[in-house]
Design a protein around this ligand. Structure first.
Ligand code: C2E
Ligand code: MG
Ligand code: MG
Ligand code: MG
Length: 290
């Protein structure tokens, strides 16, 4: 009896898996085509300098304008890309597109820096440094304009492949940022060895700043740690004025989040007046946000 019920359960499970697998395979086929057809795009989210309210750096976040499903976020297709071996092609596209845009901005007299996110597979696989160097060369961008964001758990992988990749990045002169910092298990001695240029405080701590003394203590500790190691510290996911004020008071270097600006297309950044050339005033809305 129990066995029969179990059997029926398995049949249902198989069916559900089947539907899900089919959907994934379809999405994977679409993604292969998308890589050829220019359906991917980058949105950019400003990081606001806490000192002067200026935007000198932006994070590139990939989007997919799917012909039937509409605009998809990375959570909806990065896992598929990883599962079906497309992540290096996708990641390569992101790197080239970010460098192309940096080249365009450069020629417009905008001195900006861009961060790209690297997935664990890109870090382990090893061609990423060559991809980056080729893209920088092709678009005449200097290496220090590009930062690679790697999550804390990936960055802390003490494997030969990860080590070689991070050493290659450093040799190329590309900056390293540890993303979602505080959620992994950092060895502080390894962090010293890694020598990133930036730490990004995970959104979960920022979210709880106003309500949790613990979250505030963790943020304070991360900022002090970054200070001691002479790293730039960025808070991600800043959604309210109160959070921004606490972060400013604690000495955070850069703030990023919906309170300042959502990730947006280049056209929207321009239309919003968020990109200014050197010598111009800091962005109005950030000044008022202060
Ligand atoms: P992440 O690198 O930690 O990026 C921050 C995410 O938080 C982004 O989501 C951003 O839109 C969102 N965010 C920013 N400010 C706020 C805020 O104030 N409140 C809230 N609730 N959310 C905020 P998105 O664009 O959906 O990206 C999610 C993740 O996907 C990224 O997390 C990153 O890990 C990954 N990702 C994005 N683009 C790429 C890419 O080109 N390659 C790879 N491998 N991964 C990417
Ligand atoms: Mg990131
Ligand atoms: Mg992050
Ligand atoms: Mg995050």
């Amino acid at each position: 009896q129990a066995k029969r019920a179990g059997g029926a359960g398995w049949a249902l499970f198989d069916q559900a898996m089947g539907a899900d697998a089919r959907a994934q395979i379809e999405l994977q086929e679409d993604l292969r085509a998308a890589l050829q057809r220019d359906e991917l795009l980058l949105h950019y989210q400003p990081k606001v300098d806490a000192g002067n309210g200026q935007i000198r750096s932006l994070e590139a976040l990939v989007r997919w304008q799917h012909p039937r499903h509409g605009l998809l976020g990375p959570g909806q297709f990065i896992p598929v890309a990883e599962r079906f071996g497309l992540i290096n092609a996708l990641g390569g596209w992101v790197i080239r597109e970010a460098c192309r845009q940096l080249g365009v901005w450069s020629r417009q007299g905008l001195r900006l820096r861009v961060s790209v996110n690297l997935s664990v597979h890109q870090v382990r696989q090893g061609h990423v440094v060559e991809q980056i160097e080729a893209a920088l060369r092709e678009h005449g961008v200097s290496a220090d304009q590009l930062t690679c964001e790697i999550t804390e758990s990936v960055a802390m992988e003490d494997t030969a492949a990860t080590q070689a990749m991070l050493a290659g990045l450093a040799r190329a002169g590309v900056k390293l940022s540890i993303d979602d910092f505080g959620t992994g298990y950092s060895s502080l001695s390894y962090l010293c060895k890694l020598r990133p240029q930036e730490l990004k405080i995970d959104r979960s701590f920022v979210q709880d700043l106003e309500t949790s003394a613990d979250a505030r203590a963790v943020v304070d500790a991360i900022i002090h740690l970054a200070r001691a190691l002479r790293l730039t510290v960025v808070a991600e996911g800043v959604e309210t004025r109160d959070q921004a004020e606490v972060l400013l008071a604690l000495g955070c270097d850069e703030l990023q989040g919906f309170f300042f600006a959502r990730p947006m297309s280049v056209q929207a950044l321009v239309a919003g007046g968020l990109l200014t050339s050197d010598g111009q005033d800091p962005v109005e809305f950030t000044a008022s946000a202060y």
